[in-house]
Design a protein around this ligand. Sequence first.
Ligand code: IPM
Ligand code: MG
Length: 353
Amino acid sequence: MRGLITVLPGDGIGPEVTAAGRAVLEQIARRHGHRFEFSEQLIGGAAIDAIGEPLPDGTVASCKDSYAVLLGAVGGPKWSDPNAPVRPEQGLLGLRSVLGVFANLRPVRIYPELAAASPIRADLLEGVDIMVVRELTGGIYFGEKTRDDYSASDVCKYHTHEIERIVRVAAQLAGSRRGQLCSVDKANVLETSRLWRDVTNRLIAAEFPDIDLETLLVDAAAMHLLSRPADFDVIVTENMFGDILTDEASMLAGSLGMLPSASLGETRRGLYEPIHGSAPDIAGKGIANPCGMIASVAMLLRHSLGLAEEADAVEQAIASVIADGGRTADIAIAGAPVMTTSQMTEAILAQLD
Ligand code: IPM
Ligand code: MG
């Protein structure tokens, strides 16, 4: 197949891991007879530095023209002045919004060989396979904001249709997995959560009677994720809870650097990014873990390009390298050699050959 892919390296370790993702796509194209074209564009702090805004029109146009968008990370101390007129994160939020990618899929896959890298007891990690479905274009991230000298506010608002469409995505996924859906909210305190819970209960009863629905308050969910992680199948939740719970869940996998994500909307075009941030503390050192990015490439191949076999091959290559002891610093085994970003990427590329 042919296809245009917009590549957005962004800030911090973004460019390093994005180069790894792109190398994997190029290798897949060579090996499987596809022609992917790439358009590299600015976003985040890099775009602020270049043209003064975090989401240039040219970037949006290129993304809209593409089959898929591959993004590294945005943000960093250089652009974190609380009084700055624009912030890198606005570029990412704006992009998610204009692309209409409301469903953020964050799979938590455990590689058994990484159990020692996790702070959680190995016996609790057995059988863990979670898909977190995070609502991505609504809630407190996008509500009205105010600020004066003595107060500030962020509005959290959800419409019924926004809840229905994300719960449908999650329920369909659950139907193709173990049939269990856990909806996470804070219905004992928040009105948006009470609406979320009502809509979810009604929709599942009406459209997905075979799905086994559990509801958890977000504070309890944060605890259950650590005490009984293997019980979860699909978790669906609102934007901010999903952001927080997936950083927590990444510790089951051993490192924030392991988790990929796919952000999908009504069309097949998707936005793919590792869930980690720009990690300014290790940026430019060549030591970032590229696995979350490369696993995001697998999701891109599967969801936006319909290349399931190629996606499986990429996931298999990551698993083989990990099984063979390939480790970046974040998942290192004490006393064993540590790989750089490019060594890890080369090892995965070699597996793909
Ligand atoms: C994520 C990140 C972003 C978010 C930031 C960079 C805006 O933390 O993708 O999880 O909060 O959504
Ligand atoms: Mg986050």
